[in-house]
Structures are given as C-alpha cells and as structure tokens.
Design a protein around this ligand. Structure first.
Ligand SMILES: O=c1ccn([C@@H]2O[C@H](COP(=O)(O)O)[C@@H](O)[C@H]2O)c(=O)[nH]1
Length: 224
C-alpha cells in the first residue's frame, strides 16, 4: 500500500506550511491541515496547499447542530478534501447530515475520543467507564450513521476494526519509541498503529519539529 503517513502541518504561517510540505512530500502520503492553519488562512490557504498535489486531509473536527455542520461542509465543498473530520459526539443526525453534505470523494471520519485525553479526563467530563469502551460506543454510532470511519488512538483501533472491518481508521497520537509525547496521552509507535489496523497515521511534531523533517519522515516511513 502507498505511504500511510499524513503529516500534520500545524502552523499559522503559510510560507512555513508550504516549505514543510515541500520538504517531506516524498516520504508522506498526504498533508493534514487543522484549526491552526485554517483559522489563519481559510479555504484560500487550503487551496494554495492543494497545489502541491498531495492528498489533503482537512481536520476541522466540526461539532455543532446538524444544520450548521451540513452548511459548513457544503461551504467547504469546492475544496473537496480527501478526508474531513467531525466529532462523533455531535450525534447521529449530525453525522448523517455531515456525510450527506460532503462531496462524493471526501471521506467523513468521526473523532471519538481525542488522543490528548485519558481516563481521568473522560471522567471529568462526566463520562463513566474506560476510554476503550467510550471509543467503541462512538465507533458504533459513527458506523450506524453511515460515515466512512473514525479517529481513535492506536490502543483502540484493533477492537474498532474487528467490529467494522471496512471502516477507515485514522490514528493520531503517534510517537517514535522514546520520543517526547508532549500533550498526547494515548500514544503508540507508528509500527504499533499499523499492526493494530490503522488505515492512516497522523504525525505532526515528530516530523515538523525535527531538525531535518525530511529525514524524520523518511526514518518513520522506513519502520512501516
Ligand atoms: O484525537 C486526535 C485527533 C486529532 N489530532 C490531531 O493530530 C495531530 C497530531 O499532532 P502531533 O504533533 O503528532 O501530536 C494534531 O494536528 C491534532 O490536532 C490528535 O492529535 N488527536
């Protein structure tokens, strides 16, 4: 299979984003643009990045009432990203309307539980039970609502895939062994994520903050 690394280009600086994407382009399968980039540059910035001819994953994690999410996705339509995120906790109707509003070629994936959260954080939000169970419950909701897949940590992907073999599984919170984890709490190595069944890996700082981002991406790709 082709390269399954999507590099998270998290910067508000368009020149830096373009330079990073150009540096790593031969060792990644695509770029992920999120809130930091989109709030600074909007759709015009995404279009500029798309000129690099890399697959674009637009990670806006939309979470609102169904009508608002659907209209937002329609407004994004001309960009036609390969992958777009919404929050699974937005509920069944929101997920159904998100999928219906998305362009045909866009995969809509539902974020289950952010990889920056652990069991204590979950309990702080009033959710009882383990992260694993919470993720599987939201994965079932996402499946039933007809979206294409979910975002989850590498710790849950094997169980989620067993229940949804044709799902598309996005795994962030990926760190090379012994690398700094930063604000991520549910982390796995790139190899562990792939072995567990991830469809794609989202990797940001281990590549973008490296002295040589191209070498870092190449070294990670070599482990897969
Ligand atoms: O649960 C989630 C969902 C999305 N993300 C995003 O992935 C990258 C991870 O960046 P790193 O620098 O590799 O930590 C970032 O853009 C997040 O917004 C996530 O981490 N966890």
């Amino acid at each position: 299979m082709s390269n399954r690394i999507y590099v998270a280009i998290d910067t508000p600086d368009l020149s830096r984003a373009l330079a990073l994407a150009k540096r790593v382009r031969h060792h990644v399968g695509g770029i992920k643009l999120g809130l930091e980039f989109f709030c600074a540059h909007g759709a015009a910035g995404v279009r500029e990045m798309a000129h690099l001819d890399l697959s674009v994953f637009l990670d806006l994690k939309l979470h609102d009432i169904p009508n608002t999410v659907a209209k937002a996705i329609q407004a994004l339509g001309p960009i036609a990203p390969a992958i777009l995120t919404v929050h699974a906790s937005g509920g069944r109707a929101m997920l159904e309307d998100a999928k219906a509003a998305a362009p045909t070629g866009t995969k809509v994936v539902a974020v289950t539980m952010l990889t920056s959260l652990d069991a204590t954080d979950l309990s702080d939000t009033g959710v009882t039970g383990a992260p694993h169970d919470h993720v599987l419950r939201l994965a079932e909701l996402a499946h039933d609502a007809g979206v294409d897949g979910i975002v989850c940590s590498g710790a849950e992907v094997a169980a989620a895939k067993a229940a949804w073999p044709k799902g598309f599984f996005v795994v962030p919170g990926v760190r090379p062994a012994d690398g700094p984890v930063g604000d991520q709490k549910r982390v796995v190595t790139p190899r562990q994520a792939i072995d567990a069944g991830a469809s794609i890996l989202v990797i940001g700082r281990p590549i973008t903050q490296a002295d040589d981002p191209d070498a870092a991406a190449r070294a990670i790709a070599a482990t897969l």
